[in-house]
Design a protein around this ligand. Structure first.
Ligand SMILES: Cc1cc2nc3c(=O)[nH]c(=O)nc-3n(C[C@H](O)[C@H](O)[C@H](O)COP(=O)(O)OP(=O)(O)OC[C@H]3O[C@@H](n4cnc5c(N)ncnc54)[C@H](O)[C@@H]3O)c2cc1C
Length: 468
């Protein structure tokens, strides 16, 4: 009896000492060290939702889950949200990179149960319900993959080595730096052909990105570059837009595609349809008919594939590496794993090829999943996703745009004004909206873009980045 009492009391003392120890040294920190999980993320009070990617879909979902009672962990490669539709204006020196990027931590300030980390998803273990990331592992109750897409070179490594892409703000800055550097280099050329190679620009892909970029470059050629570089012969400069199919803007109406081709031709852009680029080497691109175009600026806007996700069984992937999902955005045959936006492929009778990879789809899918996750808490039945197409738009320059809205097609100034208003209202942050509006008004009336700065990071010789 005495012995039993002694053991009981010793156990109580031991538990007390252990509790003091954990309280003193931060239990979560010690646990994360022992288990290699992400540090300082406490065990959830209810359930944990891990969101991969804070793009249009991931960010929308996270914001819809404020005050929901779930613990939400958002992981992204970057510490900012990027507004992709205006990348081309950063690439052509029309907007500051910071005007179209928004710091994520600002959005999650004061949100209880929200945790953000800069981290890259390395793999998913659906059995263990756990992700492995560049900063450690993390178990989940629900996993939402919203990592978007990346450039598709369709396996052509020569083109991949030579081409610039436009999938991130960093890519857009790289295009801006390349264009400006090439113009400085053109000034040093005696030979006219060499000078032309530095002035020429080739854009591959006649979707919205390609046509918007071609239009912005044509405006630079007309209004800005001759003022900055009076010694250069701009008669030598050509802007090419190559498109593999018979028309531009395949995701929009034929009317819009033809109208945009007309606008671009009037702006002196050489639009070549049914034309595929098959090879590239420094200073050259080769077309399928064997013809060669000399350029040091090759921009690839011709394809998109899903960001690769390791650990998910092969049969869960569809065309271009997109994750096959049900109408509830659940990845097929996986429990508690969802995919949203560009990375998801939701096929049914109305959308046999899935939804278009545009911001509205990502936002609406996020809204639907948020509603369902909130219904899950209340044990209510989930709702199926139904896409409402609000229309699409593209612009090629001042007063020139096309818009396919439900039941109506617009072009010219009205479409351009609508495009500007919609994009301005879609930008996150009042300050960003103000700066963009200011830059647009300034550029519109002055015919001048003031951001033609060649700023490159100065990285110390032996510097290696700490990835942890
Ligand atoms: C140049 C350009 C112009 C466009 N213009 C338009 C337009 O005018 N209108 C329109 O509707 N749509 C447009 N789109 C398409 C639109 O931007 C996409 O459909 C939309 O961004 C998809 O949203 P998402 O959330 O699926 O992915 P994204 O918005 O791409 O977000 C993905 C996020 O995941 C992060 N991420 C990626 N991989 C990892 C990883 N391994 N680990 C952690 N984080 C990761 C990324 O950093 C990013 O923040 C354009 C796209 C581009 C590239």
């Amino acid at each position: 009896m005495l012995k039993n009492n002694l053991i009981k009391h010793l156990k109580i003392v031991r538990r007390f000492v252990l509790l003091q120890w954990f309280a003193l040294f931060d239990y979560d920190f010690i646990k994360s060290l022992l288990m290699n999980t992400i540090a300082h993320i406490p065990l959830p009070k209810y359930k944990r939702i891990v969101i991969i990617g804070a793009g249009f879909a991931g960010l929308r979902l996270a914001r819809r889950l404020f005050n929901s009672g779930y613990q939400v962990v958002i992981l992204d490669k970057n510490n900012y949200h990027q507004f992709q539709p205006l990348f081309y204006q950063v690439a052509t020196a029309g907007l500051e990179p910071s005007a179209i990027s928004f710091p994520l931590r600002v959005l999650f300030q004061k949100q209880e149960g929200f945790h953000f980390r800069i981290a890259e998803l390395l793999s998913v273990d659906p059995q263990k319900q756990e992700v492995t990331t560049s900063i450690g592992r993390l178990p989940y109750d629900f996993l939402v993959i919203a990592a978007g897409g990346e450039t598709n070179f369709f396996g052509n490594s020569q083109i991949q080595d030579q081409a610039l892409t436009m999938k991130s703000v960093s890519d857009a800055i790289q295009i801006r730096n390349t264009i400006l550097t090439n113009y400085e280099r053109a000034l040093n050329q005696i030979d006219a052909n060499e000078m032309a190679a530095y002035l020429n620009m080739v854009i591959v892909g006649g979707g919205p990105t390609g046509v918007e970029l071609a239009g912005a470059l044509a405006e630079m050629k007309k209004y800005i570059l001759p003022k900055d570089y009076p010694e250069l012969d701009f008669g030598l400069m050509k802007i090419y837009l190559f498109e593999g199919s018979p028309r531009l803007l395949n995701g929009m109406s034929e009317k819009s595609g033809n109208q945009v081709a007309k606008y671009l031709k009037n702006m002196d852009v050489e639009v070549l349809l049914n034309t595929r680029v098959v090879d590239a080497s420094p200073g050259k691109v080769v077309l399928q008919d064997g013809s060669i175009h000399n350029t040091h600026t090759l921009i690839w806007a011709a394809g998109i594939k899903a960001v690769q996700i390791t650990g998910i069984p092969d049969h869960c992937f569809g065309n271009a590496g997109r994750l096959l999902t049900s109408e509830y955005s659940k990845v097929v045959e996986l429990e508690h794993v969802f995919a949203l936006g560009d990375i998801a492929l939701m096929q049914n009778e109305t959308t046999p090829k899935g939804h278009p990879q545009v911001a509205q789809v990502a936002i609406q899918q996020a809204d639907c999943l948020a509603t369902n996750l909130l219904r899950e808490k209340d044990n209510k039945i989930w709702k199926k996703f139904v896409y409402t197409d609000k229309g699409s738009m593209a612009t090629v320059g001042r007063n020139q745009a096309v818009a396919d809205l439900p039941g109506i097609h617009l072009k010219g100034f009205v479409a351009w004004f609508l495009w500007s208003a919609v994009h301005l209202m879609s930008i996150i942050g009042v300050k960003n909206r103000f700066f963009i509006m200011w830059d647009w008004v300034w550029n519109y009336f002055s015919y001048n873009q003031t951001l033609r700065l060649l700023i490159k990071p100065n990285i110390p010789k032996n510097y290696t980045e700490d990835k942890n």
